[in-house]
Design a protein around this ligand. Structure first.
Ligand SMILES: C[S@@+](CC[C@H](N)C(=O)[O-])C[C@H]1O[C@@H](n2cnc3c(N)ncnc32)[C@H](O)[C@@H]1O
Length: 433
């Protein structure tokens, strides 16, 4: 080794072949020697071979190492300060952070990334409605027929919605993900919700994260048929995680243990519950009085089982729609979902979709009367000078019409007929006098 080599400073990520869910991030002046030390440590266990996943040169290894601990402290394995959880997505985060660090000099080695494909699929930019060749109406029709509960939410959709809310909303709160939000150090076995809240625990200032795995379903996260409760929290001794599988616990959101957590520990409920059990789910969550941010079928806004919640201001649309999910084969799959919440929405961006104007200004093709004389408006045209109830579609409700001086006029779905033919279902609204 020459003199120059000795004074060089390196940050490395190393992993033992028998411990694929962890990695060590450390510093050294001599990469070769350090790796030998690791492999000598394993002693007789020759199969447990340490290999570098990433190495790079930095200007001050102590500072970079310290900053890594600061940034990813919440991803450290409980007992050891330098051992971090590993999966391909986290690995990308670690490497990205190091490479963007101001003291980074140059990369020396990075492993061939065989898992990248999976991350690419999860993070793939979703085609727009136009690109996909589907109209809003096509998606709505599909949504009304959805019987497949086994859709994963994409990480980017959780991130996009959660980041819209003020940070204070999350501060010192216990988030409860209660519909199969499985947790694992391998992101293939985690839901996007659990992964997101674990990764952003510190940034959001959370107090606790509780996720339950439902053992009775199709096991889309490959977590087995035993329900469990996963708790992740910050204590005086640092981050702690704890998984328990009480006897007979299935992980169902309506089980006594899940309800106890909901009522006694949770501050905010956040998940994508099964579409088929949404009526029961909404009832339980809304009646608990807790804050919530959940994904559900966008047609709930015009479905008799839910209309009263919108009418009584118990729930409203969140910021974003969610049209793309991953099926158990990790393929992009369409379904018309939307975020729903009871958190305040600031300057709802979708207000701009609403075209509120005098009825005479609404183009004829977007206003008609049905067989019993009810006014139907389409394409988000809303009459500002019409005092009778009129029928609108889902789109107007999720665009915030009920926050613009209109109320729901009837507690049940409105199905119009024109010339005896059934038309697309709607909800009756009326201008507030
Ligand atoms: C639409 S998937 C969403 C999964 C995950 N929350 C996500 O967003 O990726 C609904 C999940 O709820 C699970 N599930 C079904 N019935 C349940 C119940 N009674 N309690 C809790 N989870 C349930 C299903 O197995 C499925 O994993």
């Amino acid at each position: 080794m020459d003199e120059n080599e000795k004074i060089r400073q390196y940050i490395y990520i190393v992993q033992a072949s028998l411990e694929p869910s962890k990695c060590k991030i450390g510093k050294t002046n001599d990469l070769d020697r350090r790796l030998k030390e690791y492999n000598n440590m394993t002693g007789k266990s020759k199969e447990n071979i340490y290999q570098y996943l990433f190495t790079c040169e930095v200007a001050n290894m102590a500072v970079v190492e310290y900053d890594i601990k600061e940034k990813f402290g919440y991803l450290r394995e409980e007992k050891s300060r330098e051992i971090y959880f590993y999966n391909s997505a986290l690995f990308e985060d670690y490497v990205e952070f190091i490479k963007w660090h101001k003291l980074f000099i140059k990369e020396r080695f990075i492993k061939a990334d065989e898992k990248k494909e999976m991350v690419k699929i999860v993070k793939k930019t979703t085609p727009s409605l136009e690109e996909s060749g589907f109209s809003f109406r096509d998606i709505m029709k599909k949504a009304q027929k959805v019987d497949n509960d086994e859709f994963y939410t994409r990480y980017e959709d959780v991130e996009k919605e959660v980041s819209m809310y003020d940070k204070e909303v999350w501060e010192d709160k216990c988030v409860f993900c209660n519909c199969d939000d499985a947790v694992d150090t391998n992101e293939r076995k985690s839901s996007a919700f659990s992964l997101y809240f674990m990764r952003n625990f510190k940034e959001l200032g959370l107090k606790k994260l509780i996720c339950t795995h439902y053992g009775g379903g199709a096991d889309i996260f490959n977590q087995g048929s035993k329900g469990y409760v996963f708790r992740y929290e910050f204590t005086s001794e640092g981050f702690k995680e704890f998984k328990e599988s009480p006897k007979g616990y299935t992980g169902s959101f309506d089980e006594p243990l899940s309800l106890k957590i909901l009522n006694e520990e949770a501050d905010i409920v956040c998940t994508n519950p099964p579409f088929s059990k949404a009526i029961e789910y909404w009832k339980i969550v809304i009646e608990s009085g807790k804050k919530f941010l959940i994904i559900s079928n966008v047609t709930n806004t015009i479905n008799t089982a839910y209309i009263h919640y919108f009418k009584n201001n118990k729930v409203w649309a969140g910021y974003n729609e969610v049209y793309w999910y991953l099926n158990p084969k990790k393929e992009l799959t369409r379904a018309a979902g939307n975020w729903f919440t009871n958190f305040p929405i600031k300057d709802r961006p979708r207000y701009k979709n609403l075209k509120i104007m005098q009825i005479k200004e609404i183009p004829d093709k977007y206003k008609k009367h049905d067989d019993i004389g009810t006014l139907l408006v389409d394409n988000n045209y809303i009459p500002s000078d019409y005092i009778e109830p009129f029928a609108v579609s889902v789109n107007s409700i999720v665009s915030g019409l009920l926050e613009k001086g209109y109320k729901i006029a009837q507690d049940k779905r409105y199905t119009p007929y024109i010339d005896g033919k059934e038309k697309f279902a709607r909800v009756l609204v009326q201008k507030i006098k």
